[in-house]
Design a protein around this ligand. Structure first.
Ligand code: NOJ
Length: 567
């Protein structure tokens, strides 16, 4: 396996709107990020993935871009961007931008032209279909509720939008679209950025029927629109488009690329991230994010069920094994679209600190590149706002309206699913200290803070040597010092244990044992007899450990995690 900087890196994701506001308008901004770079430096991360900062009407908080080469007004200016980038580079931190090119905003100049007439030169930049029997061309539901099709009066046809109706999907079959995207990527590379995270990149090639139609999705919810995602991911041209992007752009720079890929299979993971023949460095696959939904991705994410540890073991292990020596994994439990991991998979009350550290251990010792989402490093938790009016996320708000108005669900029941899965859980402003609004803003925050900021905040975490922050700092430092953490071969042990997730990592005679208790109970850990060792040296633990512990029979405390080096 080749050694590269992006395999050895730990990435920190910034969601700029919620990170730090420098001018009191209640919205995080680029100068705010610049003012907090030492926080990242102290943590030890060496790459930042910055969620979109481009000009946008903010229907989906910047994932609806109206100008790919300009900075969003609320976030600052291009000069602020250059200052921020220089500040990162001075600290040895690389910058990965968000590339959102499955769709644009409907306010993008291309779409403004495209919608004018069928013979407009930009018309074919987007995906249009005739009405079918006077209605939408098919039964697809958009990710943010409602039909995936929107009528355009001027041309008398529908356009496709897999997200909101202000996010029309681009037509990647049109070579001009691809050329525009590639040129725009060069623009950012020439400014000095170090790579791209690619939004829903496996949706850029849509599988059409032979006649060019986009067929109905299978009916799994009779009487309603049907989830359309499986109909628009992994189309026949996906690998060609990515190969072209690699040839035309990525191969020309020493850069990092990570593709967001809902519904990605292992086969695609291997194909796309293959060191020799693949086009991207790694993918964000979603299998482990779907494990706590009834029916997985098929029924959508809102039908919550508790995670079964067996499922997590099976999924993670399949990806670890399949990509070992062939491709590369990204490792994440958290981002701006997911609930907070300590609330989702840990215990955000009595054992908040312990379980946050355990989850960090579980993830950072696996093979792949770990991602830390802002606030994860201080153990931020989910939030429960009393009314839907306090939520901002288009996905949650639209889902709520549809569930209550059209499906006649009880508001309290719908709110419960937002508490469990809503994206605003991850988007409440970063909690910097215990002062008003956690020092995120001097004005009125665009989204309310999590009221626990007086106890859970960065200032507290920095001052407390036992905090989640200092534990993450140690995890990140260990990764830099121990090639086995990056490159070692993964092997699951105790596959059947319902509460303990344990595995080894091995690289040329160096072997680590990782033991994580995913419960508030006190299960017994017994190292399998076929794992031979002379001595076990503690590498890191989230609780105090007495010396001379017997690995053949070890009673774990709630949410305990330990890592040993076996000699
Ligand atoms: C995935 C992004 O992570 C999410 O925030 C966004 O809403 C959709 N793609 C659409 O761009």
């Amino acid at each position: 396996m080749k050694k590269t900087w992006w395999k050895e890196s730990v990435v920190y994701q910034i969601y700029p709107r919620s990170f730090c506001d420098s001018n009191g308008d209640g919205v995080g901004d680029l100068p705010g990020i610049s003012s907090k770079l030492d926080h990242l430096k102290t943590l030890g991360v060496n790459v930042v993935w910055l969620s979109p900062v481009y000009k946008s009407p903010n229907d989906d908080n910047g994932y609806d871009i109206s100008d790919y080469r300009a900075i969003m007004d609320e976030f600052g200016t291009m000069a602020d961007f250059d200052t921020m980038l220089a500040g990162m580079h001075e600290r040895g931190i690389k910058l990965v931008m968000d590339l959102v090119v499955n769709h644009t905003s409907d306010e993008h100049a291309w779409f403004q032209e495209a919608k004018k007439s069928r013979d407009n030169p930009y018309h074919d930049y987007y995906i249009w279909r005739e009405a079918k029997d006077g209605r939408e061309p098919n039964n697809w539901e958009a990710a943010f509720s409602g039909s995936a099709w929107q009528w355009n009066e001027a041309t008398g046809e529908y356009f496709l939008h897999m997200f909101s109706k202000k996010q029309p999907d681009l037509n990647w079959e049109n070579p001009k679209v691809r050329a525009e995207v590639f040129e725009m990527m060069h623009f950012w590379f020439k400014k000095g950025v170090d790579g791209f995270r690619m939004d829903v990149i496996n949706m850029i090639s849509k599988p059409c029927a032979a006649d060019g139609s986009l067929p109905d999705a299978p009916v799994i919810r009779p009487g309603f629109l049907q989830p359309g995602f499986m109909m628009v991911t992994n189309g026949p041209k996906l690998l060609d488009h990515l190969a072209e992007m690699k040839r035309e752009v990525l191969a020309k720079y020493d850069c990092m690329s990570v593709g967001e890929a809902p519904l990605a299979t292992i086969k695609q993971g291997v194909e796309i991230t293959n060191e020799e023949t693949g086009s991207l460095n790694m993918l964000f696959q979603f299998e482990h994010m779907d494990l706590d939904s009834i029916g997985g991705h098929m029924m959508g994410k809102w039908a919550y069920k508790p995670l079964e540890l067996h499922d997590l073991k099976a999924t993670m292990t399949r990806w670890q094994n399949a990509l070992d020596g062939r491709g590369w994994n990204s490792l994440y439990l958290s981002n701006h679209d997911q609930p907070r991991p300590v609330s989702r998979f840990g215990d955000d009350k009595q054992y908040r600190v312990e379980s946050a550290k355990m989850l960090g251990t579980f993830l950072h010792f696996m093979q792949g590149t770990p991602y830390v989402y802002q606030g994860e490093e201080i153990g931020m938790t989910n939030v429960r706002f009393a009314t839907i009016e306090e939520y901002q996320d288009i996905e949650s708000v639209n889902m709520y309206r549809e569930a209550v108005n059209d499906r006649h669900m009880k508001p309290a029941e719908v709110l419960e699913s937002i508490y469990a899965k809503g994206r605003d859980n991850a988007r409440t402003p970063l909690q910097w200290d215990a002062s008003a609004n956690a020092c995120f803003t001097s004005g009125k925050p665009w989204l309310k803070l999590n009221p626990n900021y007086r106890e859970v905040n960065a200032a507290q975490a920095l001052a407390d040597p036992d905090s989640v922050f200092h534990y993450y700092r140690r995890l990140i430092a260990l990764r830099k010092a121990n090639p086995v953490m990056v490159y070692g071969h993964y092997a699951l042990i105790l596959a059947e244990h319902p509460e303990i997730y344990a595995y080894t990592r091995t690289l040329e005679g160096d072997r680590l044992l990782v033991v994580c208790n995913f419960s508030g109970n006190t299960p017994m850990f017994k190292l399998p007899a076929d794992i031979n060792f002379g001595a076990a040296e503690l590498v890191i633990a989230n609780l105090d450990v007495a010396s001379g512990t017997d690995l053949r029979a070890l009673m774990l405390r709630p949410w305990e995690s330990r890592v040993y080096r076996l000699r």
